[in-house]
Ligand binder design. Structure first.
Ligand code: PHE
Length: 406
């Protein structure tokens, strides 16, 4: 179906023969899990931002990095590929690997797609946090949508050498030879400073989140937009898992964006991988769950809370609400109600929480509404069975707590 309008996160596009976005995929656009309060991806991105804020401060003690977490996910092929020096015939451009909106536009395959725009706007230190899209299998560690954090840091001569008196005699660039270790224009000593800053930043991030004892290693890598390039791997249950890609930004990219007098590094990390290790989350699909058995576990305010995820039952949830007027003396302890629910419902009840209270303006009486989430650990529990238990809870609450059902 070519020549149709599709609306993606508030923008309209015309489909053509390159279009391969599916409606199922598009239903994920705009969920913005990384912005959702208490979502594990939000917790972990906050920790990364905090770490970067503390690590790089201005002479006045303020964070150097800016955070861009609401950039529209549809980018041009120029942004996603050309601006990053990805060759016209490179495999990563294939229709089989990307979600194309049409010939010119696609859902970004990585947050690197925004590097040039932000550098061109004058940002020297920034993070981009957002959803990225790749055609892939769906298994425990792959999903067609995931989230990345991009970090870019550019340095001037002053950043590198400080305000040394003889700064004019120092050089950042030369007309050298490109080798496996460095780009032709970079002077080896300058490159070393930049490389050690990059690696200490990222290792520091990994140990801050995973603890001092985490086993980590650097592996040489290749990206068209950085040279040299590396990947950081950490050991998870005896397997080395790649956590991020990084490297020294190709000087050609900086020249193209008006930052030719600076040198810089960049990294891109997958938030789901980090969150799965940090919280022991076994399956990447869980991040998309709207199941309160998953989400309610992450309701803590300090993102640095030390926490491990508890597996939830694979059987479906069923929830029923219960609303009642409190006794006229106003006294009803919520803990009494929870005990009552547990007594009647036993293992079929997974959670109980207050969703609303209301005080009648004239009668001055108060009512509460609780949601009871039913789910058995060992079997599917039907709505009929739930209704019977729910009815018994209502009867017992009326009898024992003196409340009146609404
Ligand atoms: N964009 C790369 C990826 O998604 C990661 C990366 C970012 C590598 C920045 C180097 C520099 O795989």
């Amino acid at each position: 179906k070519q020549g149709e309008q599709v609306t993606i996160a508030g923008r309209e596009y015309l489909t053509d023969q390159m279009t391969n976005v599916t409606s199922h995929l598009l239903s994920h656009v705009g969920r913005n899990l990384h912005l959702q309060k208490y979502h594990p991806l939000n917790h972990i991105s906050q920790r990364i931002v905090q770490y970067m804020y503390q690590k790089y401060v201005s002479s006045r003690g303020n964070p150097l990095f800016s955070v861009h977490n609401q950039i529209h996910p549809v980018v041009t092929t120029w942004q996603n590929f050309d601006s990053l020096l990805i060759p016209k015939d490179h495999v990563s451009r294939q229709k089989s690997d990307n979600y194309y909106v049409n010939k010119e536009n696609l859902l970004r395959a990585h947050t690197s797609a925004h590097q040039c725009e932000l550098i061109g706007m004058g940002f020297d230190n920034f993070l981009v946090i957002g959803d990225v899209y790749r055609r892939d299998e769906i298994d425990a560690s792959h999903y067609p949508v995931f989230h990345q954090v991009e970090g870019v840091r550019l340095c001037t001569k002053r950043d590198i050498f400080g305000s040394h008196q003889n700064m004019d005699s120092f050089r950042m660039f030369e007309n050298g030879e490109r080798t496996r270790q460095k780009q032709g224009v970079h002077i080896a000593q300058v490159l070393q400073l930049l490389e050690s800053d990059l690696k200490s930043c990222l290792l520091g991030l990994a140990t801050t989140l995973f603890g001092q004892d985490v086993e980590a290693r650097w592996v040489d890598a290749y990206f068209p937009f950085t040279h040299p390039s590396w990947e950081l791997e950490v050991k998870i249950n005896n397997d080395w898992v790649e956590l991020l890609g990084c490297g020294i930004i190709e000087q050609e990219i900086l020249s193209n964006t008006g930052a030719q007098d600076k040198i810089g590094w960049a990294f891109g990390l997958g938030l789901e991988r980090w969150a799965m290790k940090l919280y022991s989350i076994p399956d990447i699909r869980l991040f998309w769950s709207t199941d309160s058995g998953f989400l309610s576990q992450f309701q803590f305010d300090d993102p640095a809370t030390n926490f491990k995820y508890q597996a939830i039952s694979k059987y479906p949830q069923c929830s029923n609400d219960i609303s009642f007027w409190l006794p006229s003396d106003g006294h009803c302890d919520s803990k009494d109600f929870f005990d009552l629910v547990r007594t009647v419902g036993g293992d079929s009840v997974e959670q109980v929480y207050l969703i609303d209270t209301y005080t009648h303006p004239k009668k001055k009486s108060t009512s509460c509404c609780y949601r009871i989430v039913y789910r058995h650990m060992e079997k599917v529990i039907t709505q009929e069975e739930v209704n019977i238990i729910h009815k018994r809870i209502e009867e017992k609450a009326t009898a024992d707590l003196g409340v009146t059902m609404r």
